[in-house]
Ligand binder design. Structure first.
Ligand code: DLL
Length: 434
């Protein structure tokens, strides 16, 4: 463990620490950020009302549009002279949101990221190829910070130029690869074309994140790269990757609870849900200074649970993210997340793990088209074989989630390859009908 004191602290002590930091954070933003002052007043809550961790529920939520409305630095709690870095996330629509850091915030980030690397079994001996995008995106510099804090040899390739990634991997003897899971697949596919056997290289660990991916996808990546695929979770609004990470048990991600207080709420009623129930993940930052977040609604759907972990960490766990509330599709009245379809597609041996979900209107109904690449020999076997596989997949999806989808077995390489976050859902419905 990188920070044994906090990672394995008895839960009672940890919660005492969290309460102290929560009270500090609430007082900090009340004093310095007009936005929070106004929201607290409207909610009729004062910093002194926070007497237990449960009292966090008295505080108002913060949502992405608040960050957009306050763009660029309306939520900043320190003068700009104390801000040493600004990251940003463009999102898919509208103005970007910003993530400012003080020097102390950067130190905390380094601690969180070093924990992530240590839990993945990485040490100063490792050569870390960082293929997350460098720049405003928090992935590149966040992983860079963690790996350098740990004393690893960092190779800052950034994302893209896939052939060069593979050459470097081979020439430098890279042992750890950091990128999105979808980019890992792009890399392995390109390597196969270049006749480079990644399994024969010293590469042994990957730390993947920044987009939802199923356990089935993890297994596929582990098998094709011959590595252990570990995970990182985080978001720009909370300082980027380093919010949660998985350990050798690979069974859920530990949340850095000394820095982040997590809750699960019902995404519709917004009522807090008990541990173990699936809902929307909410975070309050506990030590960030430049832009603390109070009850930030992540839109990520997961479950929280506390259990004794074989790794010895006492930190709360979250399940792999199931999906985002904004990616949820409603097909014939059934709620469907892309991850459910991904898990089913990966059980079909005739296809590649490359897919896209297209949503169209057919009359009044929403129609879901699952485009998935057939393996070359299957696709080349002709129309009849393709129909057979399409019917097999449609039947598998119907049998498992009860929805009727149209399956299009597309030719190899039909789906655009990802260098960062994969685009899984293409919504072709007219905007006003979504
Ligand atoms: O993606 C930060 C990050 C970089 C995390 C590198 C991990 C590795 P944003 O661009 O702001 O920040 O996107 C945040 O990405 O709310 C989730 O929906 C999704 N996400 C991030 N990590 C995971 C993960 C970075 N491990 C949004 N599993 C989040 C599923 C993830 N979804």
């Amino acid at each position: 463990m990188w920070n044994k004191k906090f990672e394995s602290m008895p839960v009672e002590d940890l919660q005492k620490f969290q309460l102290e930091k929560l009270r500090e954070t609430v007082a900090w933003v009340q004093k310095r950020v007009p936005f929070y002052r106004k929201k607290f007043k409207e909610a009729g809550v004062k910093p002194d009302d926070i007497k237990s961790l449960e009292d966090v529920a008295k505080l108002p939520f913060t949502v992405k549009t608040d960050l957009r409305d306050e763009y660029p630095f309306g939520l900043c709690a320190v003068p700009m002279k104390d801000v040493v870095r600004v990251h940003a996330s463009s999102g898919t629509t509208g103005k970007p949101i910003t993530g400012p850091y003080t020097a102390a915030d950067i130190d905390m980030w380094a601690d969180c990221m070093a924990r992530n690397f240590a839990a993945a079994g990485v040490s100063a001996e490792d050569i870390v190829q960082n293929a997350y995008g460098y720049g405003l995106f928090t992935g590149g510099l966040g992983f860079h910070l963690g790996a350098s804090t740990m004393g690893c040899t960092v190779v800052p390739t950034s994302s893209g130029l896939t052939e060069r990634q593979i050459t470097i991997m081979k020439d430098f003897g890279t042992t750890v690869l950091c990128c999105t899971p979808s980019y890992a697949l792009t890399i392995v596919e390109r390597a196969e074309e270049m006749r480079v056997d990644l399994k024969a290289l010293p590469l042994r660990v990957g730390i993947f994140g920044a987009e939802p991916w199923t356990s089935q996808m993890r297994k596929e990546i582990e098998a094709r790269l011959g590595i252990r695929a570990m995970e990182a979770y985080g978001l720009t609004e909370l300082g980027g990757p380093g919010v949660a990470f998985d350990c050798e048990a690979q069974q859920g991600l530990h949340i850095n609870e000394d820095y982040y207080l997590a809750e699960i709420v019902d995404p519709v009623s917004l009522e807090p849900l008990p541990l173990g129930e699936k809902g929307e993940l909410i975070f309050t930052s506990l030590q960030r200074r430049a832009m603390p977040m109070i009850r930030y609604r992540t839109k990520d759907i997961t479950r929280l649970y506390r259990e004794e972990c074989s790794c010895g960490r006492t930190l709360l766990k979250m399940d792999k993210v199931f999906g985002r509330t904004d990616d949820m599709l409603i097909i014939s009245g059934v709620n469907v997340f892309p991850s459910q379809i991904e898990a089913l597609l990966l059980e079909i041996e005739e296809v590649e793990p490359q897919y896209r979900l297209v949503v169209r209107k057919k009359g009044y109904l929403d129609q879901l088209i699952v485009q998935v690449e057939g393996k070359k020999e299957i696709y080349d076997a002709g129309k009849e074989k393709r129909f057979e596989v399409e019917a097999k997949i449609a039947g598998h999806i119907k049998g498992s989630i009860g929805i009727t989808v149209e399956v299009e077995l597309v030719e190899p390489k039909f789906i655009a390859r990802s260098e960062g976050k994969a685009l899984r859902v293409v919504d072709e419905r007219p905007k006003q009908l979504r």
